[in-house]
Design a protein around this ligand. Structure first.
Ligand code: FAD
Length: 108
């Protein structure tokens, strides 16, 4: 079975990098494809407890994927990651800084 921690780090890198390269103004088709991707990701992620919890988080009130712009999608992914951080007792990440971490680079 996959190493859940290593798989997690690689997957968050992929997911946040996808949001960082998402269009600032996506077409309706791109938005719809992104929702399909997230829904299939939630079924195929090969850590089944992780996938089950991710799917139920995504389907709960207020946590539905927000894909109307890069800013919205990046924030949403950060919130999704924070939900897992909280579940695992890790520190929450400041979502005001997601773009600095994953797109533009830290400035310090
Ligand atoms: P990670 O949490 O992997 O984070 C990597 C880097 O991302 C961090 O160093 C930081 O720079 C940055 N980062 C941290 N938080 C955020 C944020 N909110 N927004 C943007 N950037 C951030 N593991 C389990 O044991 N049980 C689970 O149920 C579980 N569910 C998961 C569900 C999904 C969808 C994914 C992708 C992973 C899941 N994992 C789960 C793995 C877990 O989230 C971590 O990846 C793993 O524990 C390694 O953690 P880490 O401390 O190295 O950093």
């Amino acid at each position: 079975p996959p190493d859940v921690e290593e798989l997690g780090r690689s997957t968050w890198t992929l997911l946040h990098t996808i949001t960082a390269n998402y269009p600032t103004t996506p077409s309706l088709q791109q938005q719809s494809e992104t929702k399909t991707f997230l829904s299939l990701f939630g079924k195929m992620y090969p850590c089944w407890v992780c996938a089950d919890d991710f799917r139920s988080w995504m389907s709960s009130y207020g946590n539905e994927p927000r894909v109307s712009s890069r800013e919205e999608f990046g924030r949403w992914m950060c919130e999704a990651h924070n939900a897992v951080n909280v579940k695992l007792g890790k520190r929450e990440f400041d979502c005001g800084r997601w773009e600095e971490r994953w797109r533009t680079g830290w400035r310090d």
